[in-house]
Design a protein around this ligand. Structure first.
Ligand SMILES: C[S@@+](CC[C@H](N)C(=O)[O-])C[C@H]1O[C@@H](n2cnc3c(N)ncnc32)[C@H](O)[C@@H]1O
Length: 252
């Protein structure tokens, strides 16, 4: 099967509504170029407004989801997977069982704390996971990054697009396919589109799925406007100054 046929079978630039294990099972193996995903942290999270996250208590989905993520990722490529530090053992076992090799660990520094107990908890974290032997980036990012507050308007644990965009630029090329199997409000998908990549998002919760679909429609409308002759801004925003980039990503 050639690349065009495989791409036709993929839900390119779509946010699917449903269980990511089922959805990924329908995708051919070795087809996505990068995974950037933020699964439930297994902490039974509830925000001040009472919003919660499906599958945040029971880990039965974790191993099958990571096995499917590994299968659909191309050989010699990477996945960035956020995780909850208090359940690191469960995540690690699932990644290793799937076949992933941890090749980096990221700490995202927040200016606010999500909780205060033994510490004021002020960071998020993710592993960089390899399938095979991915090439090293020409200009590696630092593994401690700032994570501005997203505002959580669309989702209780909404990640900022600017941070995700840096990771997508570092580990994929324009035109490549980025998968987020736990898409929430579609932050990774928005970051993929804004950096000139294609996206595939999967979200179980109907309300967050709807929010993500509407958001991605807004983003693609904005990109279409931007690429019109009256608004000449590049689709891949590598040359947008950092100060402007932060504003322009946080607005979506
Ligand atoms: C931590 S949140 C992701 C938030 C996202 N990063 C954002 O910026 O909006 C995890 C999401 O995974 C979804 N989810 C949980 N189990 C799932 C499954 N089996 N398949 C697809 N999505 C799932 C939840 O509904 C939740 O929205």
């Amino acid at each position: 099967m050639n690349t065009n046929t495989i791409q036709r079978e993929l839900p390119i630039n779509e946010i699917l509504h449903g269980d990511c294990i089922e959805a990924m099972r329908r995708m051919p193996a070795n087809t996505v170029d990068l995974i950037v995903t933020d699964p439930p942290y297994l902490v039974n999270y509830r925000d001040r407004d009472g919003r919660s996250i499906q599958n945040d208590v029971d880990a039965s989905w974790l191993k099958p989801a990571m096995a499917e993520a590994y299968r659909v990722l191309k050989q010699d490529r990477v996945a960035v997977c956020f995780y909850g530090w208090s359940k690191v053992d469960k995540f690690f076992e699932a990644w290793k069982d799937a076949g992933f090799q941890p090749v980096g660990h990221l700490v995202f520094r927040k200016t606010y704390s999500s909780k205060s107990r033994f510490f004021r908890y002020q960071h998020e974290q993710a592993f960089l996971l390899a399938k095979g032997r991915p090439p090293l980036p020409k200009q590696p990012l630092g593994d401690v990054m700032d994570m501005p507050y997203s505002g959580n308007k669309l989702h209780p644990t909404q990640k900022p697009v600017s941070t995700l965009a840096s990771l997508i630029r570092a580990f994929s090329l324009p035109g490549e396919i980025v998968l987020d199997a736990f898409a929430g409000s579609g932050s990774s998908c928005a970051a993929a589109l804004l950096t000139g990549r294609k996206y595939i998002g999967i979200e179980l919760n109907a309300e967050y799925h709807q929010a993500a679909v509407l958001r991605l429609n807004r983003v693609s409308g904005r990109i279409a406007k931007r690429s019109s002759p009256s608004f000449p801004r590049p689709v891949d925003d590598t040359c947008v100054p950092a100060r402007l980039k932060a504003n322009y990503c946080s607005a979506v």
